[in-house]
Design a protein around this ligand. Structure first.
Ligand code: ADP
Ligand code: MG
Length: 703
């Protein structure tokens, strides 16, 4: 870290690596600047000559800040970002000039066949385009000007995670402005969705990481018995930061601030070695870009401190996994948060309509929300006693529940929201209680003026959840508008619609403990859909009613949905296959040999004891018992290895993406679990200095 940054106040360098509104205002001709702002605020297309002017200004700014290259920065279906660097150089007689045209800014070309396309692209028709997203700021990373872009195929199908998100934000704006007009608001022109994603992660020592093939190849430990101390003392949550972690967080903050990312809150999480970073919320598209950059910078910055940042959803079995809480809200260009209930939600018809659209969307399209958080990694986390269950429900809290009950029953609501907190210490001011308590067990919790979706895995892109949420919300709002605009008496029609929707959506609301067994029984009774794994949930993607709303809201076409389903299933199979092969490698080449050699040591000890004079009557009972136990387990290990090999080969024979994924889930995953159980039992019996990789206790309590 440069010294000036260590000592400087963040406001002096915040966003210094971003071609943001301030920079544009100072370096673009006024007309061009206004055209860019209109594009940002209203989505109006940017004229070509304005693009040329922006491109030139971007290049001048980037070169002045040490850049030599530019890249279109995009988010293909691999889940990580992609970039292809081009130098600004153009040869001229006698030398070079630095060039960057509007054409290069607006459109890039890329080999689409090298990215997952789910059948949309064949190698012989490989052309794909990256298209500039003027709503997200260009920025500098590694002396390269990065231009946020969408990624589409030659024939126009979307191949990335950003474009559907942008389309879904358009849909929310269209539907919400239409709704606001019904309430007499003629001013609002644009409505945006916002996201504040809280990011969990683990930090471990680089040396421990390097000693574990499973972490290197798969991002999670595939073996490892529980350490003697886990999370039972609750002493890590919000605990003091160690110097090393604190240094890491400070440097990460500076790096993020330079990129204009509002990193705000950092603390230790529940599990040992687990931490969280929460940024201030911003519009969904920018939040998605920023979250990708945050994950990338977490990894890079950790390395500078001799640490490795693990973003896997479940790096250590038996220890809490890492999620990403997606706080979602909708705001208007006249400064309203449409999810803010205000002081008297019972009279706030606009809020109630928005809430009802949300609840109805979640009820009718729960499988889509479920699949937006589906991944092989998240399968290890969801439904455990630390993360939300795999069934979607919504927590709205007692206050809002009373409001909905009152509307449904037509009875007045008394004493609402008046409660104040008093801590019993005069010096501490009293404050109004939040309208909802926290419910950490709900997949989707109302938290005062936003909904927090808690199912996403730590490594996930937030785009899929947000474009799904935006699509279903826009669909419901549109349907409500269709109904209410036709009504002769708006107020009566609105009241009837609210009562009807409150009744229809009762089953999706659950304000109790989502981790309890009673809830699982109750879910069944209510008939709520439960897709326990990624494979079952992805199978729902192209159900006709889902295709219909994606097409209606102009977010994804049928072909794009089919391709996404294929890509995600294929990705699942590949991940499980790599994990299974890694397990085989470790079990055969590392675990089996130490088991055999330790058995031999024990046998040698027995033999040595037996050489002693019988009159000493030395017992070999302990060695005998250990040899028996270890031999049995080693035989079990051998069997489990052979079994896993067999299951991998069976799954590999399946032809389609769907059948393959099903086979990996049904055959390979359980075989991996069997192998792990046996190996973990052996870990408890073999001397630590002989076990081939560091144990959990060393990895988790070492920084
Ligand atoms: P938690 O109690 O879940 O840990 P935090 O207060 O740490 O919550 O984090 C809340 C997150 O929600 C932050 O990222 C914050 O920016 C975000 N947030 C706050 N208000 C909104 C809003 N209106 N819309 C979207 N996100 C919001
Ligand atoms: Mg949270």
């Amino acid at each position: 870290m440069q010294n000036f940054e260590k000592n400087a106040s963040p406001d002096t360098y915040f966003g210094c690596n971003v071609f943001n509104e301030n920079v544009m205002r100072s370096c673009l001709p006024k007309k061009v600047f206004e055209a860019v702002m209109a594009t940002r605020r209203m989505g109006t297309p940017l004229p070509r000559d304005a693009a040329d002017s922006v491109a030139n200004a971007m290049k001048e700014w980037a070169v002045a800040n040490g850049c030599t290259h530019f890249t279109h920065w995009f988010q293909p279906m691999t889940g990580v970002t992609a970039e292809k660097h081009d130098a600004f150089l153009t040869p001229i007689a006698g030398g070079v000039t630095l060039d960057f045209s509007g054409k290069e800014l607006i459109k890039g070309e890329s080999d689409a066949s090298s990215f997952p396309s789910g059948g949309l692209r064949a190698t012989f028709e490989a052309r794909g385009y990256t298209a500039w997203d003027p709503t997200s700021d260009a920025f500098i990373k590694d002396r390269t000007l990065c231009i946020p872009t969408g990624f589409v195929s030659y024939t126009g199908e979307v191949l990335d995670k950003k474009t559907p998100l942008l389309r879904s934000m358009e849909a929310v704006s269209r539907a919400s402005v239409r709704m606001l007009r019904m309430f007499g608001n003629d001013k609002v022109q644009r409505v945006v969705t916002n996201v504040g994603p809280e990011q969990e992660y683990f930090l471990i020592d680089k040396a421990s990481y390097d000693a574990r093939e499973d972490l290197i190849l798969t991002g999670r430990t595939l073996f490892g018995s529980m350490p003697p101390k886990g999370e039972e003392m609750d002493d890590h949550y919000f605990g003091n930061l160690t110097q090393r972690v604190s240094d890491f967080m400070r440097e990460l903050d500076v790096e993020l601030w330079k990129l204009g990312i509002y990193a705000k809150t950092e603390h230790n999480e529940v599990a040992p070695a687990q931490h969280e970073l929460a940024p201030v919320y911003t519009s969904s598209n920018i939040a998605a870009d920023h979250n990708q950059l945050t994950m990338e910078l977490m990894k890079k910055t950790a390395l500078k401190h001799g640490l490795v940042c693990l973003l896997h959803e479940k790096p250590f079995a038996g220890i809490s996994g890492s999620g990403k809480h997606n706080n979602w809200s909708i705001s208007t260009d006249d400064g309203q948060n449409l999810l803010d209930p205000g002081d008297t939600p019972q009279d706030n018809m606009q809020f109630l309509l928005v809430l009802c659209a949300f609840l109805k969307g979640v009820k009718d399209y729960a499988p889509l929300l479920r699949l937006s958080s589906a991944s092989a990694g998240n399968d290890c986390r969801l439904g455990g006693n630390e993360a939300p269950p795999t069934v979607i429900s919504v927590f709205i809290g007692d206050d809002l529940q009373r409001v909905l009950d009152a509307i449904e029953s037509g009875k007045p609501l008394e004493g609402f929201g008046k409660e104040r907190f008093c801590l019993g210490v005069d010096a501490i001011p009293q404050f109004r209680k939040d309208t909802t308590d926290r419910n950490r067990t709900s997949p989707m919790a109302f938290t005062g003026n936003k909904f927090e979706f808690r199912m996403l895995g730590a490594a996930d892109s937030i785009s899929c959840f947000n474009f799904v949420m935006n699509t279903i919300f826009s669909h419901e709002v549109t349907a409500f508008c269709d109904e209410l605009e036709k009504a002769e008496d708006f107020n009566t029609a609105l009241h009837d619609l609210l009562v009807r929707t409150i009744r229809e959506t009762k089953d999706i609301i659950f304000n109790g403990n989502g981790y309890g067994d009673e809830w699982f029984a109750e879910c069944k009774r209510r008939g709520l859909p439960n897709y326990p794994s990624t494979v079952e949930s992805l199978m729902q993607y192209d159900r006709p009613e889902f295709v219909a709303i994606f097409e209606e809201m102009n977010v994804l076409s049928r072909a794009e949905i089919t391709s996404r389903k294929e890509i995600l299933l294929d990705n699942y199979s590949k991940i499980v296959c790599i994990e299974a092969r890694t397990m085989l490698d470790i079990a055969r080449k590392k675990i089996m040999p130490v088991c055999i050699s330790y058995t031999k040591q024990l046998c040698d000890a027995v033999n040595a004891k037996n050489q002693l004079s019988p009159s000493l009557n030395v017992s070999t009972a302990v060695e005998d018992a250990l040899v028996c136990e270890i031999s049995d387990l080693t035989a079990g290990l051998f069997e489990a290895i052979e079994d896993l090999r067999e299951q991998i080969s069976l799954a590999g024979r399946e032809q389609t993406a769907v059948e393959k994924a099903k086979a990996y889930r049904k055959l390979v995953v359980p075989a991996m679990e069997r192998l792990r159980t046996t190996a973990d039992a052996l870990e408890l019996l073999i001397p630590q200095d002989q076990w081939p990789f560091p144990p959990y206790s060393e990895i988790l309590y070492n920084i």
